[in-house]
Ligand binder design. Structure first.
Ligand SMILES: Cc1cc2nc3c(=O)[nH]c(=O)nc-3n(C[C@H](O)[C@H](O)[C@H](O)COP(=O)(O)O)c2cc1C
Length: 254
């Protein structure tokens, strides 16, 4: 029950920014690669690939150094940022579940000697990972700095289901997501950005929303239900942009 393991990890994971620079064993790296190659896609029609890099092949303006990085490359089709966040967050949770540190890196890029595209797919974002001397997990939920549930949803009776999404990581901890509709049909939106913020956050906010969706999907599975994703525009509350609707079905088919 790997998804259940990932679900449990949501409540203790945290970003790790200091790493032991010793490389992981080939065996461990293969285990991570195998996991990544089998993650669930939000948009199965978008071609994606993962790629592993070492520190000498990464350019980061922030001083975070790790022995390994995993990047996601994608076709640039509609929804690709949401899909990349959704897929790579499964890897982030997996790394934490096998007691490795990890941190999303919005500012890092593969260095110039690494080709900018891979099999016609473009680099989207990467996660640093490796062993750490730091405390890997949070002891409990009080250690998360997050918005309250009423700030991210208008759905009554949805607190338990949405708690996992509330705890999702986001760039600069901005938590741009909002959930409306009802407990069976959840409308997922993200904050509308003003002209000042848009250049900085437009891209990251879509990745962030994909990350929160990954947590929501795991939460729905945890309740023994199925998440069905519907992209037909249903409108959004004022100040938010519609992303998609999640239909929570009782059986296993969508
Ligand atoms: C898309 C994305 C990009 C991020 N980029 C960076 C980064 O460049 N540097 C960094 O130190 N942390 C980065 N973070 C980590 C966030 O700061 C962190 O997830 C957030 O503050 C919440 O803390 P937590 O992950 O410990 O729960 C990023 C997170 C996400 C989701």
């Amino acid at each position: 029950m790997i998804n259940e393991e990932l679900y449990k990890t949501i409540f203790t994971r945290k970003s790790i920014r200091k790493y032991d620079m010793t490389s992981l064993t080939d065996e461990k790296l293969i285990e991570i690669k195998n996991f990544a190659d089998n993650v669930k896609k939000l948009l199965p029609n978008i071609k994606c690939e993962f790629s592993f890099l070492t520190d000498d092949k990464v350019k980061n303006i922030l001083p975070i150094k790790a022995p390994h990085y995993i990047s996601i490359y994608s076709e640039k089709k509609e929804g690709y940022l949401l899909n990349a966040g959704f897929m790579l967050q499964q890897v982030d949770l997996f790394l934490s579940s096998v007691n490795l540190g990890s941190c999303w890196l919005g500012m890092a890029k593969p260095s110039k000697e690494v080709p900018a595209s891979k099999n016609g797919l473009d680099f989207v974002i990467m996660i640093a990972f490796g062993n750490t001397q730091e405390k890997l997990h949070r002891a409990d939920k009080s250690e998360f700095k997050r918005k309250g549930i009423s700030e991210i949803t208008s759905i009554s009776g949805g607190d338990q289901l949405l708690e996992a999404a509330r705890l999702a990581p986001s760039a600069s901890n901005s938590q741009p997501w909002y959930f409306s509709g009802n407990i069976d049909e959840i409308i997922v939106c993200r904050e509308k950005l003003n002209l000042l913020k848009a250049p900085l956050y437009n891209r990251m906010n879509q990745i962030d929303t994909g990350i929160a969706l990954c947590h929501l999907w795991l939460s729905i599975e945890h309740q023994g239900k199925t998440a069905c994703f519907d992209y037909a525009n249903s409108g959004a509350p004022k100040g938010y942009e519609y992303m998609l609707k999640v239909k929570v079905e009782g059986d296993t088919s969508c």
